[in-house]
Design a protein around this ligand. Structure first.
Ligand code: ADP
Length: 430
């Protein structure tokens, strides 16, 4: 018999590393959390307070994003969730077609609610909203580089306008002056907006205190839409307080490895730092992969005798100039896929050699590795750096389960690759 208690919060994230980011904030605020890769086919097999379903719906066609999100909602409802959280990027990545507006609207319709909030504010990551305008660091969103994003260029920082272009519901604002006055004032403003026919309200927040003031006002709101920041104020509504128990994972064992396919600046520094420690590292040359050489066998033969002495690094991480040159010869997409496929088989091969503590760097690279390892569900553990927790997954490829951390490109300090293993060891201490 399944003795599991019902989950309380059900979240739907529009991308993979964004899901971990949300899960990480929930764990830090006291919830036990599982992240699933896509919508599970069976019932939840874990006793947790919240589940984050990771979709890949940020840039697909709106109809497809709606379909996936509604399927996730139905599954989360079946697991007993009483409040739902639609999680998107802290830079509100979307186009006038969506998908934040259309998905929000579809979830509202499915839940039969006439009001929700929307705010990507995440002050810990320097995303603040003031008078409805989103700032990334010290500049407006549309001056932050996001105006040049290849898929979701953000050319307007006014989120009321941005959201209004994506939805038929009327969009309003709960501004900082209201948020500063706390729960009662926020609730009063919500009543006022509803009476005016507003369906979605952008909420200002410039500090974590604002998010903690917002949390209690969302207690009985069936649907919340936000970046990961709002999550810090929600677990308290379920009677939960921050506790190291929330992120407790099974004790770590086994060998250690890092697989890095990210070419982001932070990852370049992290690879440089690892090389400087003198630990063994193997650089993957995409042109050798394109030439059909058996790099996989070579890497595994190289790693096998080294693993017993400590972590090894396998990386395709390269400077922008080198990446451009490879992309020029192989094509951007083909080069990416070739490298992702190779790193994913290497991750699988390393796990077959006994690796049970695996660091993966790169969003797309993480997706490929998790897929190759047949992982469908991860228990979220302690934070290593903001937005990056250790996780534990069951995998047919890893007897006894596997600890892994999926680091999106620009997250993490320079010593992340060494620090991650030390942090995991320390987290097991009583
Ligand atoms: P990030 O999170 O930093 O964006 P991703 O893993 O999402 O990292 O994306 C990096 C992409 O670059 C992947 O598709 C990867 O396969 C590709 N890639 C990695 N190394 C190289 C390289 N040396 N040359 C060309 N493409 C590469």
């Amino acid at each position: 018999m399944n003795t599991r208690t019902a989950i309380q919060l059900g979240a739907i994230a529009d991308d993979f590393t964004g899901a971990s980011d949300l899960a990480n904030n929930l764990v830090r605020a006291g919830m036990r959390v599982v992240q699933t890769i896509g919508v599970p086919t069976g019932p939840l097999d874990a006793d947790v307070d919240a589940v984050v379903v990771a979709l890949k719906s940020r840039t697909v066609a709106p109809d497809e994003a709606i379909k996936g999100s509604l399927a996730a909602l139905a599954w989360l409802q079946a697991q007993g969730a009483t409040q739902f959280y639609f999680k998107y990027c802290s830079t509100f990545d979307s186009t006038p077609q969506g998908n934040i507006g259309p998905v929000t609207e579809a979830l509202m319709d499915a839940l039969g609610v006439d009001f929700t909030i929307a705010t990507p504010a995440f002050p810990d990551n320097k995303r603040t909203v003031f008078k409805g305008y989103l700032f990334a660091g010290d500049v407006l969103l549309n001056e932050s580089g996001m105006q040049n994003h290849p898929l979701t260029p953000m050319v307007d920082a006014n989120l009321v306008r941005v959201m209004q272009a994506q939805t038929r519901r009327v969009v309003g604002l709960i501004d900082y002056a209201v948020v500063a006055r706390g729960e009662a004032a926020i609730r009063e403003r919500i009543s006022q907006l509803r009476a005016e026919g507003v369906g979605v309200a952008i909420v200002d927040a410039i500090s974590n205190e604002d998010l903690h003031r917002l949390g209690p006002a969302l207690k009985d709101m069936p649907l919340v839409t936000a970046g990961s920041g709002v999550a810090i104020g929600l677990p308290a509504n379920f009677g939960l307080a921050p506790s190291s128990q929330a992120g407790k994972l099974p004790a770590a064992a086994g060998l250690q490895a890092v697989v890095s396919g990210s070419c982001s600046l932070a990852t370049l520094r992290q690879v440089g730092h690892f090389l400087a420690t003198g630990r063994p590292a193997f650089a993957i040359d995409p042109l050798r992969l394109a030439a059909g050489e058996d790099v996989l066998a070579e890497v595994l033969a190289w790693a096998a005798p080294l693993l017993a002495d400590g972590p090894v690094l396998v990386y395709s991480t390269a400077e922008a100039q080198a990446v451009k040159s490879v992309q020029g010869q192989l094509g951007v997409e083909d080069a990416g896929q070739l490298v992702e496929r190779c790193l994913a088989s290497i991750a699988r091969g390393l796990v077959a050699l006994g690796v049970r503590q695996l660091v993966v760097a790169g969003g797309e690279t993480s997706g490929a590795c998790v897929q190759a390892l047949g992982i469908t569900q991860m228990q979220i553990g302690p934070q290593i750096d903001p937005g990056v927790p250790w996780c534990h997954a069951v995998s047919a490829a890893a007897q006894g389960g596997l600890h892994l951390t999926l680091k999106s490109g620009n997250f993490g300090t320079d010593d992340f690759f060494s620090k991650a293993f030390t942090a995991l060891g320390e987290s097991a201490l009583p």
